[in-house]
Write a protein that binds this ligand. Structure first.
Ligand SMILES: [Zn+2]
Length: 493
């Protein structure tokens, strides 16, 4: 289930492209004209695309590699999974990136190859390893922004700091940054984020960052501002520090960005080798944020355990290119326990702008536990259905966690979980203000075309819906969507 593709350097050196199948047989696709491979070191991105027509005994492959500075192993591992699914299907054609305009595609050549004989001995050079990753340091508390300078100094950051900030962060934190950072030898250069984590915005801010020398990038704001700043830091080769102003997603602690098109549709995930050096959460700022944002964060975090459980049951890969560790899965479970115990009290506290122990625990669950849990524990159908929802512009007014919540109900129905579990989640989601019906996320259950579009997108190659221990088809997801919606509507009436 978990093929591994050799690194780009290996592809070049060996003149072949190999991956490991479930039965430990190595499929090797020789590249006929390796001299045609050359690199373009001016581009920082790394992408690789493969077209394969395959049968059990014969492979016809066309491999296109965009030669770039570094190959991200996570990305390569993810690609490997796609290849394997493709092979199992017997025939397929796919592209890794829809962002061709930024790429320098280099045709490597077409070739045919036969699978090498199966042998257990070929296993040794492609060990399946468990991986856990996290930010370097996590700081949380009311008024934590006052600590930012000292904490930055603690992780070794001095000099000019490129601050990419959303509107709320600018209004609430700018004055504090200008007061607390200079005494610690840090000079903030503040840029406002435009509102969408799109390639155009990443390019704009990276361009500004290239104009002078920075020690790090500080991401301040909601999920999209943070994801954008993370991409900018990666483009500039700098460490990133994150200070979220919302507890609305589990993005702050992770090493990936969700890139959207300019009109707000999901485009792709972008993975990074490095996690944030520091995540600092000021709960006094979070306590002033809109209730809907915190509730959405609960929706995102609630799915974490159920998706991690699935990934573990399926022995599938987590979001950082390994099998889940016991630690990653356990943190996902703890996340769920904290949400169920503290969710209602924390939301009540936030409604009056109060920082309480329940709110502190909930913010930590939404941000740290869910962040570690989804990345190291893994994702499954809930997030794939979220990505499916983004296909419809009628869902764009909904927040990430609201759509994930509906995705979670869909996943539980699809997995055939006991009714008692579904009832507990339905009751919690309704009580806390999360959607439990399609209408609440802007989808009309009578529109078959829309249901089909969501379901098809959620099973696209590379989607985390394929982390289930059984084959997930668009038809099965469509049925689960409709059945989850029917349950939710019953609950609402
Ligand atoms: Zn999420």
């Amino acid at each position: 289930m978990h093929p591994q593709i050799w690194h780009q350097e290996d592809v070049l050196r060996k003149g072949s492209f190999s991956f490991l199948t479930q039965r430990c047989s190595v499929l090797t696709l020789p590249i006929e004209n390796p001299e045609h491979v050359h690199s373009n070191h001016s581009n920082r991105e790394q992408e690789l695309s493969v077209k394969i027509n395959a049968s059990r005994t014969n492979l016809a492959a066309s491999i296109r590699i965009s030669m770039l500075q570094r190959m991200d192993p996570v990305h390569v591992a993810e690609l490997g999974q796609r290849c394997f699914r493709t092979l199992r299907a017997g025939h397929a054609e796919f592209h890794v990136s829809s962002d061709h305009s930024r790429m320098n595609w280099l045709r490597v050549g077409s070739t045919t190859a036969k699978p090498m004989a199966s042998s257990n001995s070929t296993c040794s050079h492609a060990a399946r390893v468990s991986v856990f990753a996290s930010p370097g340091r996590y700081v949380q508390g009311a008024g934590a922004t006052e600590e930012l300078g000292r904490q930055l100094k603690h992780v070794g950051i001095q000099g000019r700091l490129l601050v990419i900030a959303g509107g709320t962060a600018l209004r609430q934190l700018q004055e504090i940054w200008r007061r607390v950072l200079p005494p610690e030898g840090i000079d903030p250069v503040i840029e406002q984020f435009s509102g969408e984590c799109s390639q155009a915005e990443i390019d704009r801010l990276s361009g500004l960052g290239q104009a002078e020398r920075f020690a790090a990038v500080l991401a301040a704001g909601g999920g999209k501002a943070v994801d954008t700043a993370r991409a900018v830091a990666d483009d500039l080769g700098l460490p990133v520090v994150v200070t979220p102003t919302l507890a609305s997603t589990d993005a702050p602690c992770s090493a990936l960005s969700v890139i959207y098109t300019a009109d707000g549709s999901f485009e792709r995930y972008r993975f990074y080798g490095r996690h944030p050096l520091l995540v600092l959460v000021d709960t006094a700022v979070i306590a002033r944020s809109p209730k809907r944002q915190l509730v959405s964060g609960i929706g995102d975090a609630l799915a974490t355990w159920f998706e991690a459980r699935t990934v573990r049951e399926a022995c599938a890969q987590n979001q950082i290119g390994g099998l889940p560790t016991t630690t990653g899965t356990a943190l996902a479970k703890l996340c769920c326990e904290v949400l169920l115990a503290d969710g209602p009290a924390a939301v009540s506290a936030l409604e009056v702008g109060a920082v309480t122990p329940a709110l502190e625990r909930l913010v930590e669950a939404n941000t740290l536990l869910s962040g570690l849990g989804f990345e190291s524990g893994g994702l499954a159908v809930a997030h794939a259905v979220h990505n499916g929802f983004t296909e419809l512009s009628s869902t764009h007014h909904c927040l990430h966690g609201e759509k994930v919540a509906m995705g979670l109900l869909t996943q539980l129905v699809l997995e055939g979980r006991p009714h008692g579990e579904l009832k507990e989640i339905l009751a919690f989601q309704k009580a806390i203000g999360l959607p439990i019906s399609l209408a609440e996320v802007g989808v009309d259950h009578n529109k078959q075309d829309d249901i089909h579009r969501i379901a098809s997108r959620s099973v696209a190659p590379g989607e985390t819906s394929h982390h289930e221990p059984f084959e997930v088809t668009a038809a099965a997801v469509a049925d689960a969507l409709l059945a989850a919606d029917a349950l939710g509507r019953q609950w609402l009436s």
